[in-house]
Design a protein around this ligand. Sequence first.
Ligand SMILES: Cc1cc2nc3c(=O)[nH]c(=O)nc-3n(C[C@H](O)[C@H](O)[C@H](O)COP(=O)(O)OP(=O)(O)OC[C@H]3O[C@@H](n4cnc5c(N)ncnc54)[C@H](O)[C@@H]3O)c2cc1C
Ligand SMILES: NC(=O)c1ccc[n+]([C@@H]2O[C@H](COP(=O)([O-])OP(=O)(O)OC[C@H]3O[C@@H](n4cnc5c(N)ncnc54)[C@H](O)[C@@H]3O)[C@@H](O)[C@H]2O)c1
Length: 462
Amino acid sequence: MPETDRYDVVVIGAGPGGTAAALRAADLGARVVVLEAARLGGTCVNAGCVPTRVLARAARLVRDARSAHEHGVIVGDVSVDWRGVVDRVHARVDEVRAMKAEAERFAAAGVDLVQEGRARFVDPHTLELDSGRRVVGDSILVCVGGHARRLPIPGAELAILPDEVLDLPALPDRVAVIGGGNTGAQVATVLAAFGSQVTLLDLAPRILMASDADIAAEVTEAFVARGVDVRCGIDGVSRLERSASGAVDLVLVEDGAERTLEVDGVVMATGWPADVADLGLEHAGIAVERGAIPADEYLRTVVPHVFAVGDANGRDMLVQAAQFEGEAAAENAVLGASVRAPHRLLPAGGFTDPDYAGVGFTEAEARARDAECVVATVRYDALDRAVIDDRDVGFLKLVVDRSRSTVLGAHAVGEHAVEVVQALTTAMAAGVRVQTLAEVRFAYPTYTAIVGMAARAALGSR
Ligand SMILES: Cc1cc2nc3c(=O)[nH]c(=O)nc-3n(C[C@H](O)[C@H](O)[C@H](O)COP(=O)(O)OP(=O)(O)OC[C@H]3O[C@@H](n4cnc5c(N)ncnc54)[C@H](O)[C@@H]3O)c2cc1C
Ligand SMILES: NC(=O)c1ccc[n+]([C@@H]2O[C@H](COP(=O)([O-])OP(=O)(O)OC[C@H]3O[C@@H](n4cnc5c(N)ncnc54)[C@H](O)[C@@H]3O)[C@@H](O)[C@H]2O)c1
């Protein structure tokens, strides 16, 4: 007979969502176990945010080294040692993993950690691991995250997924990135900075569909200025074929006509379905919809003692959302449903070049609610610090209500755009009025000074 353990709360997955959930549930006095099939930390640390940030930093270094002569600094020829870049990524990931020390934090909180393979439901309260061990929970928090989607097209095996970029033996001379969401845009930025000729393809009419439309337009313009071929609104990618020269022929349909693009590599960044294929959700009575586990505002699935958190529920696929949802679900599981998602303020940003970020309503969302809302945009070329640094591409757009008192949304592109939006998120969380933001004295010369400029513009413009 396999061993069976009983817990108040069983957490599946130790990414940002599962880690936050387990620690919160333990904090509330529950007996908690975390089941993790792979490395602690989940997508974020091991394959997502952290490696992407290290690559983004290397890409900036290339850019800055190439333009150093404009500042009177002579650097000489700049080239990329791809193996060196990859080694650096792995080293930084290990450093961040060590810093996060989930196992130690679980032990200190009295949370059991079981790493005996993948967990799957055998009934609504019981999970079985690859080892055969069974774990029973009063509540089960499904924090399994997701994975990159491989398009179901002939020759798909000739493409790589975003986390496989680091496995490339060398940088491709010509590369097609399919999908211009946050992931595809970041992959495009990095490969372009490292010298690849990048074509970015998307079915959607523009890249970064989740962002404010002006953000997408500005990032697109910057990409094009750097030689990235951005092709949105394509009808589809039909197939990939190995060409006679050993390259890959990517066959796409654009404006109704079939075209072939010869490239040396293809990266598919076309979506992020939940990791549910082998989770046995059918044994718990839960159906998957559009690649995710449906959950209500309290993060409960159709089975009330089973919660779906983070990327697994397919809503806001961000670390900050997963952590918030993990804590909320833990409280709802232990204390009874009272904490709701989604979150009112969820800043998000992408580390392309230039950076972009947003919080709150986009202009389109705000106008759909009230066409008379006020929008003020200040461009980086009016910001002293951006001009001083020669980083004057970008803008901050502030969306405020028609009475010009409340910030409804903020969207920025440009150097340190994510930090600029973060500053506004803090103000929005504190309910700071536009008038107050306009009166704040910002240190000179700083990027965040643009917050005061935009607030003053919002008060002045009709
Ligand atoms: C390239 C890339 C860059 C990103 N950059 C950012 C960024 O800059 N900022 C940001 O906020 N977000 C970013 N994200 C998104 C972010 O990584 C995710 O939103 C976040 O990791 C979701 O956390 P999670 O806990 O829901 O899932 P995950 O982090 O995916 O963790 C899920 C865990 O569950 C485990 N698991 C899965 N199935 C089982 C099973 N059956 N049994 C046991 N264990 C299982 C997995 O091994 C994994 O450890 C990025 C994503 C990608 C792909
Ligand atoms: N910096 C960050 O915060 C960050 C970075 C990466 C990912 N993420 C999150 O992870 C999640 C997944 O992001 P993602 O970019 O991998 O996926 P996504 O679903 O956000 O974007 C996929 C893109 O691929 C396009 N696409 C789909 N099928 C296609 C096809 N056949 N041909 C051409 N284009 C096609 C879609 O139109 C879409 O623009 C998102 O929620 C994102 O917010 C966040």
